[in-house]
Design a protein around this ligand. Structure first.
Ligand code: HEM
Length: 232
């Protein structure tokens, strides 16, 4: 028998779907800012392997010469990003949903089994609650990363007023490196997240929009006792 169950609360869905475009805007406007001083590269000795970013990237996405636009939007949307993130964390704490989210003692070991299962190397997936071990690690990391973006963002936004934050981030330049690295991290997270969503299937995706999921529940047939006490 099929039964409709509530899987994701209304609050959680609002936080998630507000965060999605806001995070996108933060990455996009961050790119508009970064273009003006694109110093990061991956090198081995003196050999440059990759420059963030090649000219073709800027021209393809029409990023060049939009620094002021990027800064204006970045500093506007950082408020939405911060308030939404703050309320989300507060909500998970008050509602107790944090228990479904944070990694448990054996989550790191189990995450490998989940990965092997996703790669079709292992047949069975480990038993899970609302989220599996890999999801717990990924979702908690993304919250920590969000906090990291706020922290490092404040350090490079007001390095004088927030000099203690800047100091804790290892100075202005290191704070900027961290801020940029976190952005690359979001892009990688997004790619993995999309693959996971596709693997989890349409039903799972639908539940993050509607909040409900359809579950198969076993039908329990009542046994009627006969006069001699045996079930019929
Ligand atoms: C997920 C959220 C965020 C993302 C993805 C993001 C991304 C970026 C990126 C890629 C850059 C360019 C980095 C560079 O030029 O080295 C940047 C610059 C910057 N971001 Fe963010 N950021 C986020 C949140 C924040 C927050 C919350 C603040 C808070 C104040 C902030 C403040 C800044 C500042 C001050 C700059 C540098 C502006 C400048 O060089 O004048 N960011 N951000």
């Amino acid at each position: 028998m099929k039964k409709i169950i509530e899987k994701h609360s209304l609050a959680m869905r609002w936080f998630h779907w507000i965060n999605f475009p806001v995070l996108f805007i933060m990455i996009w406007t961050g790119m508009l800012i970064y273009w003006a001083n694109d110093i990061y590269k991956v090198t081995i000795g003196k050999h440059e392997l990759f420059h963030f970013f090649p000219d073709g990237f800027y021209s393809y996405f029409n990023i060049s010469h939009r620094l002021s636009e990027g800064m204006a939007l970045h500093f506007l949307f950082m408020w939405f990003f911060t308030v939404n993130g703050f309320l989300y964390v507060l909500y998970t704490l008050i509602s107790g949903e944090w228990r479904d989210l944070v990694p448990q003692r054996n989550s790191f070991k189990e995450a490998w089994l989940v990965l092997l299962h996703d790669l079709h190397i292992r047949k069975t997936a480990p038993l899970q609650g609302k989220y599996n071990a890999a999801q717990r690690i990924a979702y908690t990391s993304i919250i920590v990363m969000g906090f990291g973006s706020l922290f490092t963002g404040l350090a490079i936004y007001k390095p004088v007023q927030f000099n203690w934050i800047c100091y804790l981030c290892g100075g202005y330049h290191f704070a900027r490196i961290l801020h940029f690295t976190l952005t690359i991290g979001y892009c990688l997270f997004f790619l993995i997240h999309i693959v996971q969503v596709i693997l989890a299937g349409w039903r799972n995706f639908r539940s993050v929009i509607t909040g409900f999921d359809v579950e198969e529940v076993p039908v329990i047939t009542p046994h009627i006792a006969t006069e001699d006490g045996r079930a019929r």
